[in-house]
Ligand binder design. Sequence first.
Ligand code: FAD
Length: 806
Amino acid sequence: MKSQARVVIVGGGIMGVGLLYHLVQEGWRDVVLIEKGELTSGSTWHAAGQCPQFVGSLNLAKIHHEGTLLYPRLEELTGEAVSWHGCGGIRLATTDDEVEWFKKVYGVSKLVGYEAHLISPNEIREHHPFLETFGVKMGFLTVTDGHVAPADITNAMAAGARKGGATIYRRTLVTDIKPLPSGEWQVVTDKGAITCEHVVNAAGSYADAVGAWTGHNVPICNMLHHFIITEPLPELIDLKKELPVVRDPYSHAYLREETNGILIGPYETAGAHVCWEGKPPAWDFESELIAPELDRLMPWLEKATERLPLFAKAGIKSVISGAITHTPDSNFLLGPAPGPRNYWMCNGASIGICQGAGAGKYLAQRMVHGAADINMLEFDPRRFGDWADKDYTSVLSVVDYQHMYYCYRPGEQHPDKRPLRVSSLYDRLEAAGAQFQAVFGWERARWFDPSGKGEVYSFRRSNWFEPVRAECAAVRQRVGLMDLSTFAKFDVTGAGAAAFLERVCANRVPRKVGGIMLGHLLTESGRIESEITVTRLAEDHFYVLSAATAQLHDMDALRWRLEPGEDVAIADITDDYGVLVLAGPLSRDVLQPLTGEDLSNAGMRWLTGRVATVAGVAGVRLLRVNYVGELGWELHCPMPAMPKVFDALMASGKPHGIRLFGTYAMNSLRMEKAYRGWGGELTAEITMVEADMERFVHWDKDFAGKAATLKLKQEGPRISLVYMQVDASDADCAGNEPITQGGKIVGLTTGGAYGHTVGKSLTFAYVDPAKVDLDAPFEIEIYAEPKVARIIAQPAWDPDNARPRA
Ligand SMILES: Cc1cc2nc3c(=O)[nH]c(=O)nc-3n(C[C@H](O)[C@H](O)[C@H](O)COP(=O)(O)OP(=O)(O)OC[C@H]3O[C@@H](n4cnc5c(N)ncnc54)[C@H](O)[C@@H]3O)c2cc1C
């Protein structure tokens, strides 16, 4: 066995092998994969092998699409036989919500570039004459979907990787992974140890057990899933063309043809549970099935028979029942693990056969080049903190399994395991009608419901629209108050702190104590990795803020940029402070009576911060900054003192008409100001130049990613961010809507909202500057309805930025 390698992948299922293949494609040859049994002997061998492309998320859809491109070509590329069945797929919509969702996904299909059609029940029957279409409102036909024998594609990719120089050790059990003082990893096996630069946890059902060796919390669970295959049916033997795979929310199942019989796999919404009592399987578990639980399938099989009566005509030939990994939010874990660098996760896939090729391709790009061609944030393992413990993961994974065919409406989340992380104001906000959203475990208010009825989830503007209008009006005309304790918060201290931040941020670090700047950490390839707000509280003390979901992500982004011996300490103080955002033209009148600080422009300028006493609470970090574009302050209070400060602000604000507001209003207000958002407009696919953020780049100094950014600037942007006004009617852009001009797709939206103050529906979008006439109208498809959109040159609200400086 080798003693040294650049990469060691633990696990020879579709996910590990898909990555191995693509690492070689990206140019890394010194790559090793270790499998305790035979390749595919975990979950992969017994999968049904379907590769669907109907996915609402653009980035995930790109991953799914990749499989349908690669698998049919694998035989030609590797010389290994692959049984690709390009039979297409039809997903059925049985509710109006599903019809809306299909229209949204239809837009995504155009951006990804696969052929899809929204079809009627009659057209469905033309494609699938045996299907009963009772209750069906629409079908989503995906022409290039298919299914494949999972072992074929895994072995073909393994062969391709081997030909490119990769090494695969089968029948070798990894028993430990250790970080070495050199920054490398040691992978210990029952046949020797390998030292490597990168280690990848692709251990499928064992990913949490493997992660535990290095203290990584890996929120996956194994769920028992079945499919059933019938004996051959004469009706199918005679067919000239294979039937498309059907996905049916009525029977919660996939139904397809298999060797002239019928294959049905239900995702039961009752009775599903984790396997092996939540523990990983025994180390010698290999190519085995789990005892089937047919009783719990019966109601779903009966429904499947109603949908496809042919199913009842044949005897059952086989039942496949095996473990499938699920995560609490249905996405796999793909990307860097938190903590020491170069430990990667490539696990948690519940549709791994379909996803293995794309997941491998984009993770390989990320590992080899530092950034991928797609935005991988939604797959980043660091979206879960330690709050996603085993109990949380088990409960949410069951929910995820049971909702495989559920149509989530925008904003809809599950009530299970909530609340988990709350600010000390939670009870007060709940009493005020807060409609909470779970974000990185926290509860954060989206809006306040005066009716007490709660949010009616919808693909269109819903019962939050008018209350949000009132929240926005309060902020623009009087004063609003928001709990934004979810901010990730870090103290960066030490003699080297200023030089460190100067080196890692594209913007210039405030020279004076009290200065605030917006900083961006760029990848080596010049893409935007993180956005942070930095306040200089002392010569050697910087207070750094970033998005709630970036708490682990940005801790790593900062820590991984430290140089050996640098006198800098980075402390995560997220839970120590709560944050109140006080904003609006009357905010000074509300706050001034509560503090001895001079809040006038002369006493405290816009974009400055200091430590102050507010409402008798010492140690409040008072920052004159906000994301809504009004006069205002953020009050970062010691968490236990939040209620005292909150009560004082509400009392002081009462005569001024203070009103609580949430993130829906904040989004509307920031859109009016054309403030970009990290994760939406600012992602690791985009440069500062493309995002029109050059005013936050200080070209006169050195910073990480400068050379690449400069080079890309000189080459000219591939895409450009534009700000648009849309003739929307009852739904606004939510991101990933296609934009056309002259009938051709020229870009996509990144997010949007209705601007209540300006009376316009607004969106940001990336367009290809070479393809568009910036002065001409565009069309944006919102739920498959074209809406006219025009670029607006400056922020819709307060373009001179006078109000925050008032
Ligand atoms: C009944 C059923 C039907 C399915 N149908 C489909 C489908 O139609 N389409 C689809 O896309 N997906 C389907 N799936 C899901 C799919 O099987 C999984 O998502 C996929 O196989 C996961 O791949 P993986 O590589 O992550 O895990 P695995 O295939 O389990 O691979 C992990 C490997 O790691 C090895 N390993 C673990 N620990 C160690 C160690 N310490 N040392 C060495 N080796 C180790 C294991 O032996 C295993 O081979 C289905 C699953 C089931 C159960």
